[in-house]
Every structure is written in C-alpha cells, then in structure tokens.
Design a protein around this ligand. Structure first.
Ligand code: NDP
Ligand code: MN
Length: 396
C-alpha cells in the first residue's frame, strides 16, 4: 500500500494571493521571514485579504534562513497565547518550515523536538488550526510537502521533520510573489527544485503517481530556469509552478542522499552556511554518478535524459549527458562545482577534513538516505563528500 497526499486546495497563477479571502475562520497568525515580504508590499496585501475574510490577524515576523529550534518554540508560544484557527506562512522555505513546526508545538506543547524528528511520528494536527502556505521562492515547495527542515544550532545539524500531518491544507502559488527574488536566490532555489524532481524520480518509493509530476517538473526547469534567472517574467512564472510539481512528487516519493548530504553539511562549518540549493547543485552530479552503479537507477537517469531531449547511444551515455547538462546549468547560473570553491573558499579545507568522519556518519543516518536507490555506508559517504569538496571523479 502507498499513500499520495497533497494539500486539498492549490491556488495558482497570477493574482491567486487573493484567494486568501476564501479562508474561513476568526483568527490568523501570519508567519514570515526577515523583511522581503513586507518590503515588497505582500504582507500588507495578506493582512488586507484576511481582514476582508473577516479575520483578526497577528504577525510573527523575523524567521531567519535555516530556522532554529528556538525560533520555532518562540512562535509556538505566541500561538498558544493568541489561539489562532489559521496559520498562514508566507516567504521562502524557512518561514514556511518554521511555521509547520510551530504548529505542532502549538497543538502539542508537551511534545519534544526529538519525538518530532522520528519520521512519520507526528500526533494528529488540525485540532486547533489549519495551515496555508504561500511560497516566495521557487524551490523548496514546502507549501505542498510533508517536510520541515529545522536546524539545531548547538549541534550544527539540520533535521528534516517528515509527516503528512504537516502537509498544508491550502497552498497559494502566486508567481508575482517570486518576481522579487534576486538572481542568486533564483539560481539556488531553482537547482533545489531540480534536485527534488530528480531524486524523487529515482527514489525507491517512486510510483506512477509521482513519476509524471517529477518528469514534467524536470522538463520545465530545464527549459525555464536560465530565462527565469535572467529576469524573464513568464519563465519565472513557469519555475514557480515547476517547483510546486516537483514538491508534490518528492513529498510522496521522498528524496535521496543529495539531500542527506546537504542537510548534514549545511550548518556544520564555522566559515558559514552552505546554502541549501547551492549544496544540492554541487552534489547532484556526483550522486548521479554514484547511484548509477545501481542498474535500475541508471535506467531511470537515462529516462530523464531522453525525456528532456538529451542525446546518448546507451543508458550510460544518456546518464553522462544528464550530468553534463546539470554542470552546464551550474556554470550558467554562476554556481561553483565544489565545496572548495564555495563563496571564495569559506569552507576551510582543514575543518572539512576534521569533520568529515562525523558529517559522513550523520549524512548516512539522515532521514533522506532510506529512499536513495543505492545503499551507502560511512566510508563510501566519506569518499563521496571528498569528491564534492574537490570536484574529483566518482568511480566507486
Ligand atoms: P529561505 O526561506 O531560507 O530564504 C532565503 C532568503 O531569501 C531570505 O533572506 C529571504 O528574505 C529571501 N527571500 C525569500 N523570498 C524572497 C523574494 N521573493 N524576494 C526577495 N528575497 C526573498 O530560502 P529557501 O526558500 O531556499 O528555503 C531554504 C530552507 O528550506 C532551508 O532551510 C532548506 O533546508 C529548507 N527546505 C525545505 C524543504 C521542505 O520540503 N520543507 C525542501 C527543501 C529545503 P526574508 O527573510 O527577508 O524574507
Ligand atoms: Mn531541498
């Protein structure tokens, strides 16, 4: 038996933000990030539409990129005092993810973060509030997924929380909100979306319900990401939809070790965070090569390559064409090929090598490893991470 869960309503297209007027309830808390949504005037619109729906509104602003357990607890406390019946999260993956975890702590004040970290172990939500998500980046697709990534800064580890209980009730995918993304954010989040779709397509949990979503998303991203990066409005719109389709696929087929590695390297080093989408973009070609030793995975990478019109006289060559295309995209989008070159070398080589053992162990035990098409042990993970640091060949 398998399960396919997505939000009950997905409003999409230009102007769909207005569908907030259709929410029924009395009190909404709006969760958002630093200032991008306020500056662009979207927050004001959200409040206006919710007021028109007859709701009282409280704002919770300031969720940081890669949200912390502390921010989540703070938000949950505000919710417990305010008792909203709707939680509306607007922004990138960070505020939406934070709001999802706040929701769990709002409804279950006594639950521990450790309990929530066990995959598919959430208590039943919606006893107090429903959830609406409005993405402002074209990448994480948190608006349709069963995931929330929360960072434990004491340990320097990102935890992907997973449960269909936190799949939002309503998603509003309005491309106008993504128009204000700067170039770098467009590039990173776009490559995050591409990774979602590719990992979902080769996941051990892929199925006929997720495959079409994943393939179509890959095709759209291949076609529109570069133009979106260069500021084309129609392409930006297409990317906003494509990332959402990818989200529906991976929320149900799950991901693989590109994400395991991104989660465990993301907040591990003192030089700075490795931004999620950029980490994925750097690791994806290496992981494809590693996974291709598995014959079924190889066949599926070849199917992706054929589907988007890449050439190759056999599966091996098609898989290599796919890797070449991803590396080509990285070049066009000004994304480095490896961790060593990330942000002018802020990830120190010595520190990387010192932490390699621990990070590899944590990556193997990440919740995303279970659905990767080829199994991996700590030693293989170490080799793979080294290849991602130095951009060396993967032949093991
Ligand atoms: P973030 O939400 O972290 O936002 C990054 C930055 O972009 C912030 O400074 C934010 O500013 C700014 N920003 C967001 N939208 C806009 C916009 N439209 N215009 C201008 N600036 C904007 O970025 P992501 O969406 O990439 O989310 C990344 C997080 O999501 C990571 O923690 C990652 O691990 C997680 N993730 C979650 C998944 C899921 O399924 N739940 C899947 C994959 C990743 P400001 O704060 O001012 O709004
Ligand atoms: Mn991701």
């Amino acid at each position: 038996m398998a399960r396919f869960t997505i939000p009950r309503d997905i409003y999409h297209g230009r102007g769909s933000l207005e569908s907030l007027k259709t929410l029924e309830g009395s009190k909404t808390i709006v969760v958002t990030g630093g200032s991008s949504m306020r500056r662009a005037g979207f927050l004001e619109k959200v409040v206006k539409y919710l007021n028109e729906a007859g709701m009282q509104v409280l704002l919770f602003e300031g969720v940081e990129p890669d949200p912390s357990v502390e921010t989540v607890q703070k938000g949950a406390e505000v919710m417990r005092n305010y008792q909203p019946d709707w939680i509306v999260a607007i922004g990138g993956g960070s505020p939406i993810d934070a709001a999802k975890a706040m929701w769990a702590f709002y409804e279950y004040p006594d639950i521990s973060f450790e309990q929530l970290c066990i995959p598919f172990n959430f208590p039943k939500l919606r006893t107090k509030a429903k959830f609406c998500a409005i993405p402002s980046t074209s990448g994480t697709a948190s608006e349709v997924t069963a995931f929330s990534v929360i960072t434990d800064y004491q340990k320097g580890i990102k935890y992907p929380l997973a449960d269909f209980n936190i799949t939002p009730d309503v998603a509003i995918v309005d491309p106008q909100i993504a128009e204000t993304m700067p170039k770098k954010l467009t590039a990173f989040t776009g490559m995050d979306a591409l990774t979602h779709a590719i990992e979902a397509y080769v996941s051990t949990l892929n199925c006929d319900y997720t495959d079409p979503l994943a393939l179509h998303a890959i095709k759209m991203i291949n076609e529109y990401l570069v133009d979106s990066y260069n500021g084309d409005t129609i392409a930006r719109e297409k990317m906003h939809d494509a990332q959402c389709l990818a989200g529906m696929a991976f929320s149900n087929a799950l991901l693989g070790i590109v994400h395991s590695m991104a989660h465990k390297t993301g907040a591990a080093f003192s030089g700075g965070h490795i931004v999620h989408g950029c980490a994925n973009a750097m690791y994806l070609p290496k992981v494809i090569k590693y996974n291709s030793k598995d014959p079924i995975a190889l066949e599926r990478y070849a199917q992706i390559a054929s589907f988007i019109g890449l050439k190759g006289r056999n599966d091996e060559k098609l898989m290599e064409s796919l890797i070449d295309r991803i590396r080509e995209l990285n070049v066009i989008l000004d994304i480095p090929m490896c961790i060593k070159d990330y942000e002018n070398g802020i990830i120190d080589e010595k520190e990387f090598l010192n932490k390699l053992d621990t990070v590899s162990e944590l990556a193997v035990s990440d919740a995303c490893t279970g659905s990767n098409p080829r199994s991996i042990d700590k030693n293989q993970m170490k080799k793979l991470l080294l290849a991602c640091y130095y951009d060396t060949e993967v032949d093991f």
